[in-house]
Design a protein around this ligand. Structure first.
Ligand SMILES: Cc1ncc(COP(=O)(O)O)c(C=O)c1O
Length: 372
């Protein structure tokens, strides 16, 4: 039987390259620094205590029933923590799903979105699959947001949606809050009307947020995730916005998008905000140590970061450095062929011993004799 798949799949989808999630995990000792996860499996010392709490809490979950479609209890906890109303919160299957829902509510004939580049790949991937035009605005020197150029694009393109990762992935920097504010204002003006998504996936490592400014900007949407603080496996993202925005986005959300076990696990961990903050503090300290150590090495430049990863640019071809690190058991994310990121690698900050292993391997990779 012959079947022409190309005749049925939308051309926008056929044109896309599949999202790359890095090498498959293989048995053996590997230092995994490629996905911006937390290295702490719920914190060594407190793992036992948390595991017992998980067991108690999870035992109560009614697995024969559908999960709470609105994650009421979890939203209640978050509302208290974040100082917003429950109606301002939507829980998603990872912030990836929240990104997709936002794309869905603006998609349609003539729809476009604007993003700085380089930035998180999913903003453009989902949009293109839905036929949304993507206006890319290159970042300026040292990956700073070029506000004038961005505002110009807004006037010309009139997008319905803007994504700003704050801090940005993969560059690690926090855009100037004044520039972000100018974009928020411009997107609620006569020339342009757009939702502006400030994606705060790395807020625990930057300590900066636009959340307190929700009242000022009716078009502001803040995204958070539990993936970067030790719960990447449960897939839990959080969208916070004004009630009207949340009501519209909820219309396109699948009713049971977040499973009962994930909701329970999130409730347990959110009740331990102090522990999450302790893990984050260790990562921030390690980030500064890694930045200083890489900065002192010849043949490599480390860009400042406010996230749980650092971007480095090597004098040797990035592909070769990456392969060399891999042969030494260190997995990092290779961006060296991506636009604007020639010979750049993104390295997640791991536990102290993992960072030591990375620094040793990088020094060996860049050391005398390897500068070919
Ligand atoms: C800026 C940014 N937003 C969203 C995500 C996706 O997070 P989640 O695991 O919640 O889907 C990532 C993951 O790397 C990210 O860097």
């Amino acid at each position: 039987m012959r079947f022409d798949l190309h005749a049925v799949i939308r051309p926008e989808v056929q044109a896309q390259v599949p999202y790359h999630t890095g090498p498959e995990p293989r048995p053996g000792r590997r230092v995994k620094l490629d996905a911006n996860e937390s290295p702490f499996a719920l914190g060594e010392a407190l793992r036992g205590e948390l595991a017992a709490e998980f067991a108690r809490s999870l035992a109560d979950v009614e697995l024969h029933r559908y999960p709470d479609p609105t994650a009421r209890e979890l939203r209640g906890l978050l509302a208290r923590d974040l100082g917003v109303a429950e109606e301002q919160i939507l829980i998603a299957n990872g912030s990836d799903e929240a990104i997709q829902l936002l794309q869905m509510v603006v998609a349609g004939p003539g729809a476009s979105l604007a993003i700085p580049v380089p930035t998180f790949a999913m903003y453009a991937i989902g949009a293109r699959a839905m036929g949304i035009r993507v206006a890319e605005v290159p970042l300026g020197e040292d990956f700073a947001l070029d506000a004038a150029r961005f505002l110009d694009t807004l006037r010309r393109e009139r997008p319905r949606l803007v994504f700003l990762a704050w801090p940005n992935n993969p560059t690690g920097n926090l855009f100037d809050p004044g520039a972000v504010q100018a974009i928020l204002e411009a997107c609620a003006g006569r020339d342009c009307h757009a939702l502006v998504v400030v994606d705060e996936a790395y807020v625990h490592y930057s300590g900066r947020s636009f959340l307190p400014r929700l009242g000022e900007f009716p078009n502001l949407v803040v995204l958070r995730t539990l993936s970067k603080i030790g719960l990447a496996g449960i897939r839990l993202g959080i969208l916070i916005a004004n009630t009207d925005v949340v009501r519209e986005v909820n219309k396109v959300r699948m009713p049971y998008n977040v499973n009962a076990l994930s909701q329970a696990a999130a409730r347990v961990v959110l009740a331990h905000g102090d522990i999450v903050a302790q893990w984050a503090a260790v990562i921030v300290k390690e980030r500064e140590r890694v930045l200083a150590a890489v900065g002192a090495m010849p043949g490599v430049r480390a860009f400042p970061s406010q996230a749980n990863f650092v971007l480095i640019r090597t004098r040797r071809p990035g592909d070769a450095v990456c392969a060399d690190l891999l042969s030494r058991g260190i997995v990092v994310r290779n961006f060296s062929r991506a636009p604007h990121l020639a010979d750049c690698l993104r390295v997640t900050i791991g536990a102290p011993e993992e960072n030591d292993a990375f620094l040793d391997a990088l020094a060996a990779t860049l050391g005398p004799g390897s500068d070919t």
